[in-house]
Ligand binder design. Structure first.
Ligand SMILES: C[S@@+](CC[C@H](N)C(=O)[O-])C[C@H]1O[C@@H](n2cnc3c(N)ncnc32)[C@H](O)[C@@H]1O
Length: 228
């Protein structure tokens, strides 16, 4: 897996963009929606004035990080693709990056207030899903949050984008209910799942409408989030 993404360090954005071109939307549109969801979850959990420390597991080239600017007191990113991490470091000098071996995250127990892992789980071998989430849980402090953002396999346009994306050939998409159960099994509490990216506009009104529809499995993506 590391080798697969190592070869996309320079072309990651372009490959994702070509897989979603049919939608008329940009990769940035999706990343901004992900940042908005994380911002919302953080505000309701930690309070709107609080800037948590955060870890992004499977951060790749750091595509999420420009959209997360100013959200965190400290932002770290890690990935098994050393080439992607090297690229992320060049692009985002304000973020702390470390490569890792896919087993033990290079951080102590309870280091972070929040961990996110965005479109990574479907690349992790099925038999390692639970271990992967347990290891992320280890580095989040008690009372902190772990958020998994994933493609919604019930959305036909998401399936089309995944089919068109060359590095998603081996992807095993998980339904929100499956991710929820994995988070429960990993010991997370009060798990919330929400679907998002339902409408192709990012205005406040559209975000409110999407929030109202968050429990319907319509959005292109979902977030499953639990408390450590
Ligand atoms: C589709 S990319 C997503 C990258 C980034 N999260 C984003 O949203 O742009 C999947 C990433 O997961 C990483 N990955 C795969 N298995 C992993 C694992 N076990 N631990 C950490 N990262 C992993 C890959 O190297 C790749 O960078």
């Amino acid at each position: 897996m590391a080798e697969l993404f190592d070869s996309y360090d320079n072309s990651y954005d372009a490959v994702v963009q070509s897989s979603i071109d049919f939608s008329g939307l940009s990769h940035d549109f999706f990343m901004a929606a992900k940042a908005d969801i994380v911002r919302d979850l953080m505000a309701s959990h930690f309070g709107s004035g609080h800037k948590p420390s955060a870890l992004d597991v499977g951060c790749g080239i750091g595509a999420f990080h420009p959209f997360a600017r100013g959200m965190f007191s400290r932002l770290c990113g890690t990935d098994i693709s050393a080439a992607s991490i090297a690229q992320a470091r060049r692009s985002h000098p304000d973020v702390e990056y470390q490569a890792y071996d896919g087993n033990i995250l290079p951080y102590g127990d309870g280091t972070f207030d929040l961990a996110v892992t965005i479109c990574v789980l479907h690349h992790v071998p099925r038999e390692r899903w639970l271990g992967f989430l347990r290891e992320i849980r280890r580095v989040v402090r008690p009372g902190g949050l772990l958020c998994v953002i994933e493609h919604n396999p019930l959305n036909p346009l998401t399936r089309l984008a995944v089919m068109r994306c060359e590095f998603d050939r081996d992807a095993a998409l998980l339904r929100a209910s499956q991710t929820r159960r994995l988070l429960e099994d990993a010991g997370l509490r009060r798990i919330d799942t929400r679907y998002f990216v339902l409408l192709p506009w990012a205005t406040l009104l559209m975000r409110r409408i999407e929030y109202g529809l968050r429990k319907l499995p319509l959005g292109a993506q979902y977030v499953a989030c639990g408390i450590v």
